[in-house]
Design a binder for this molecule. Sequence first.
Ligand code: PLP
Length: 372
Amino acid sequence: MTDFFKLAQPGITELSPYQPGKPIEELERELGISDIVKLASNENPLGPSKKVTEGISGQLAELARYPDGSAYLLKKKLQSKLGIDPARITVGNGSNDVLELVARVFLGPGLEAIVSEHSFVVYPLATKSLGADLTVIPAKNFGQDLVATAAAIHENTRVVFIANPNNPTGTWIDGDTLTAFLDQVPSETLVVLDEAYAEYVEDPAYPSGLDLVDQYPNLIVTRTFSKAYGLAGLRIGYSVSHPDIADLMNRVRQPFNVNLMSLAAALIVLDDEDYLQESVRLNSEGMKQLIDACTQMGLGYIPSVGNFLTIDFGRDAMPIYEALLHEGVIVRPIGVYGLPNHLRVTVGLPEENARFVDALQKVLSQVEESPG
Ligand SMILES: *Cc1c(COP(=O)(O)O)cnc(C)c1O
């Protein structure tokens, strides 16, 4: 029998497949229950914008055609809405795709990427799948320690990944700390600033990477339509970088990596400012609801500016996760992120948050009664 694992490219066998949040249908099948609440994948609880669901149906007649591989209209829209120079944009099938394009262009054997402890798992996946080395910097208060990160950069460090805010911790980096870091990074080391949750952050000290790409040519900012824009199922994101970096990334990008429906939906949702505002409002309200409940139950949590809250149970969280499943509530265990005592909960609609809180109260009283 051929050992296909021996034939795989170096680094691939070390990877563990990405574990997504449990799908609602799977839990329905397993437990035979309905009325399930999923707060496990940081999806937008509002559902898609009505303007999108109505507007993209017009595209159905075009499905036999290839999409516009240059994403001309979307780039123009991003220019008019967010002031982004189209020459700086690389579109992706989700921002995940763009993160992989960065790795493909700049990483390989003998080269290194730096990440933080508790950072998004896609960075190690992208790095190791190209046979590059990965250095993990210990977190500080669950967040990225940019002083230690800067000190760890050396000749072969080609990429530093930073999520701001970070998933799954919800921690964030303020503008002064970020620019102090960027000032120290050698121009040959690229900094990927993943801003998947940028739209949710309301603190004025939060820096928009879009304002920094002019000043720092080695900065690559990634954005997505999966979170506040409510299009996770369609898969569309983009990066903003120096035009030469965009040029390189566009050379390895599949010519039609973003599909017709996704392009149309992104174009529509960028004009739906009410939807974005409502998403942000609902999130800050729901975040308060979850935090109040944690305080009441005496549970610790990591303060978060994202659309999720990571709760500390001070003990192995897996039994709590499992018991919540039996109550029809799906949250996210984050042992793979080095946080086995925590669970990450996505902020849902008010009634979904209430369902979670009720289920958690019930589950915790059960868990306390049973030893271990
Ligand atoms: C959700 C998320 C993304 C978005 O991924 P898409 O591929 O755009 O859906 C990117 N980075 C982080 C840290 C995330 O949590």
